[in-house]
Design a binder for this molecule. Structure first.
Ligand SMILES: [Zn+2]
Length: 327
């Protein structure tokens, strides 16, 4: 049995696992992500530690020795997949990660943007299996994205394709941390959900009375997962807040369909845990705004199969695919 190591470097955790060819995680471990005050070397140390630990765990459990390492990272990965151009949560700026890790890990290493890795996992083993044209949207604090065309990831000339979150959907709208206004992720993301819920609560709207009661009157406890839980219990305001996020999701998906014409949109990330409370309104708006509606097949909009493990699974699979083939 061929096995591969997958690593996923997120904003708070580095997750690692040894996976088989079917994308199953055989053993796993995790560390806190060193924050951006640490030198790049400290993050590398963490990655080397995780790989060493996984190799030891595999040996102990009698699992075949992994032959490759695939790394998914939140950030811009250059199209040659050897350099992390920019990682918002880390001190990496033009970090030649493959080269620096290559001196310390004696296995072929592949690096991939985390959203690309997640789409690859869904394409190989999950919600986009069998689809040759797919678009992944990860709704977390912001929006991440990835594109699959004719069975291959589209990374763009500089590796930065799929940053859909910063497409403008509202001219002159909400200010975004990227410096522009009206970006999609300001309307359809975990941050947008929390901002709107808190806005209602701070305005002392009677609509927020029940919502606030669920969190003991403490506005700071209105997190994305809390609002989703409250909506699941039937709270009309929480349901409406999620529907609004879903509506804006549908607006963006209709735009993306006009540009990319995929067969399926896979919606992942923390906010997607809301399921049809989010996807139902997204499908309605999508159907109303799709270019050529009524005269063309429409893409499916579906929840991701893999939750927080998508990046890890996809990174391992991509690493095995690239690392096992002659360069
Ligand atoms: Zn922006």
């Amino acid at each position: 049995m061929r096995t591969a190591i997958g690593l996923d470097i997120g904003g708070t955790k580095v997750s690692g696992g040894v996976l088989d060819e079917e994308g199953r995680i055989l053993v796993r471990t995790r560390r806190d992500t060193p924050d951006r005050s640490n030198a790049p070397r400290v993050v590398e140390d963490t990655l080397v530690e995780v790989v060493d630990e996984l190799l030891a765990m595999a040996e102990e459990d009698g699992i075949d020795r992994p032959l490759t390492v695939g790394i998914g990272a939140a950030g811009f990965v250059a199209a040659d997949r050897s350099t992390v151009v920019f990682a918002p949560h880390l001190s990496w700026r033009d970090e030649p990660l493959r080269e620096s890790l290559g001196c310390r890990i004696d296995l072929p290493i592949t690096i991939e943007n985390d959203a690309n890795a997640a789409l690859w996992a869904e394409h190989r083993f999950g919600a986009a299996a069998g689809a040759s044209h797919a678009v992944m949207i990860t709704l977390g604090t912001g929006i991440g994205g990835a594109i699959l065309v004719e069975g291959a990831l589209v990374r763009g000339r500089y590796g930065i394709a799929g940053e859909f979150g910063h497409m403008q959907v509202v001219p002159g709208g909400q200010r975004c941390e990227c410096g522009n206004r009206g970006c999609w992720e300001q309307y359809s993301s975990g941050n947008a959900l929390v901002r709107e819920a808190k806005g209602l609560a701070m305005a002392h709207s009677p609509m927020a009375t029940d919502l606030l009661a669920h969190v003991g009157g403490d506005v700071s406890r209105l997190t994305g997962p809390a609002i989703t839980d409250i909506a699941r219990c039937g709270d009309a305001t929480a349901i409406e807040l999620l529907a609004e996020i879903g509506h804006w999701l549908g607006v963006g998906l209709a735009n993306l369909a006009a540009a990319l014409d995929p067969e399926v949109f896979v919606i992942g990330g923390g906010v997607s845990a809301a399921g049809d409370l989010l996807l139902g309104p997204a499908r309605e708006t999508f159907a109303r705004q799709l270019t050529g509606r009524g005269y063309r097949p429409a893409a499916r909009i579906t929840a991701a199969r893999f939750g927080p493990d998508a990046g890890l699974i996809g990174a391992a699979s991509l690493g095995a695919r690239e690392g096992n083939s002659p360069r």
